[in-house]
Design a protein around this ligand. Structure first.
Ligand code: ZN
Length: 401
């Protein structure tokens, strides 16, 4: 949820406001969440009979074409595309869907209601803008407004959740129990759409209420078969409707997946013109560091230009092989036998090794159990022959120091 809101945050900065209208809107497309835009007036548009949400309108318009394209290509990606390409079961069939009828009975019922934990306030606005990199002057100073895309943020309960009576309604829980009970146990958020009716300002007191707006007929997507559930949250500021937040999820029964055999070889490095020299060196058991011939700055990994002076001229120096562990992580999941020393897919250590020359490289530490790798541990370069076609620079722990 916060991810969707976060992406919307970036869009808000680019949104346009039509000065004659106090109405703002942002629709997040499934594939391009940054299409922020200010809404057009309430009056119906030519050819639009009802105030159908932007996304749906666009979806209707492009649906046939997309479905055809996805059908032809035969490779719908992700749920959005899958939904478009997915088979919407016919109306007649949908009506025979008993579960659908039960779910639909929940449309229009309350899902949650509550009040914002904090008044709209400057510190939260500032933190949001810093996190989003949004430097718009509209969000600073005595006349600051909150970024419109923060709409949902004011309704969130934070890490501790809402401690007042705010919470999910019995109707909402009941609908999910119906879905879970029928085997539609998985959930994925598919899209979010916000509409802004008036700016929020520091001091505004937020209340909100969420209704189950609609439940789709059963649909089959690439992820599995299920029902799209859309909730609509009306956000009020001091009693006045300030915006709406629609959120859609797919509750689904996961499609059976064919078990893919575990790869037994390490993935191949991606070799391109910019790093070919590095891998050519590795093939000869040499770890080559790029050196700018203009300012002598060393760089690793290889890059087309010098970050220090911008020069594109370079040569190489061979690493002596001494280094220390600068930082490390242990990979536990997913299991990947080719990476684990015992070949059983167990945990393995990935380290950022600082070479004596001063540059750093991501590699594996060998010769010591994964849980014994330590920051500052001295290591020495070796070349691992992963298979006949692949040598890799790795670092052996040198406990003796
Ligand atoms: Zn340079």
């Amino acid at each position: 949820m916060s991810g969707a809101g976060g992406e919307a945050g970036g869009a808000g900065a680019e949104g346009r406001r039509s000065p004659s209208e106090g109405r703002w809107s942002l629709s997040e497309g499934r594939r391009s969440p940054s299409e922020g835009r200010w809404a057009e007036p309430e009056a119906p548009r030519p050819g639009a009979e009802s105030p159908q949400p932007e996304a749906e309108r666009a979806e209707s318009a492009g649906k046939a074409e997309r479905a055809e394209r996805a059908g032809k290509a035969g490779k719908a990606e992700g749920v959005g595309e899958a939904e478009r390409a997915g088979k919407v079961e016919g109306d007649a069939k949908a009506e025979r869907d008993e579960l659908y009828a039960q779910l639909r009975a929940h449309e229009g019922r309350a899902a949650t209601a509550g009040r914002g934990k904090d008044l709209v306030n400057e510190p939260m606005i500032r933190h949001w803008c810093e996190a989003m990199g949004d430097t718009s002057p509209a969000y600073r100073g005595p006349d600051a407004v909150a970024p419109p895309t923060m709409l949902q943020a004011w309704t969130m309960g934070g890490l501790s959740g809402h401690t007042d009576s705010t919470g999910r309604s019995a109707a909402y829980d009941e609908m999910f129990a119906l879905l879970d009970g029928a085997g539609y146990t998985s959930v994925v958020a598919t899209d979010c759409e916000q509409e802004y009716l008036r700016p929020l300002r520091p001091g505004d007191r937020i209340t909100f209420d969420t209704v189950i707006e609609s439940v789709s007929p059963r649909k089959t997507t690439k992820l599995g078969t299920g029902y799209f559930v859309t909730t609509r949250t009306d956000v009020h500021a001091d009693g006045e409707l300030a915006g709406t937040h629609r959120f859609r999820i797919l509750k689904y029964r996961p499609a059976q997946r064919n078990k893919v055999p575990e790869p037994t070889r390490r993935p191949r490095p991606v070799i391109n013109r910019d790093n070919a020299g590095f891998w050519a060196g590795v093939a000869e058991r040499r770890l080559l560091i790029q050196r700018c011939t203009d300012c002598a700055t060393l760089r690793l990994p290889w890059l087309p230009g010098c970050n220090a002076c911008g020069s594109a001229e370079w040569d190489t120096v061979e690493a002596g092989g001494e280094g220390t562990v600068f930082s490390h992580v242990v990979m536990h999941h997913p299991s990947f036998p080719a990476f684990a020393p015992d070949g059983e897919g167990g945990p393995y250590a990935v380290a950022l090794v600082e070479l004596a020359e001063g540059v750093r490289i991501v590699s594996n530490v060998i010769g010591v159990p994964y849980d014994k790798v330590r920051v500052g541990m001295p290591v020495r370069l070796e070349f691992l022959v992963a298979d006949p076609d692949l040598k890799l620079p790795v670092f052996r722990a040198n406990e003796g120091g």
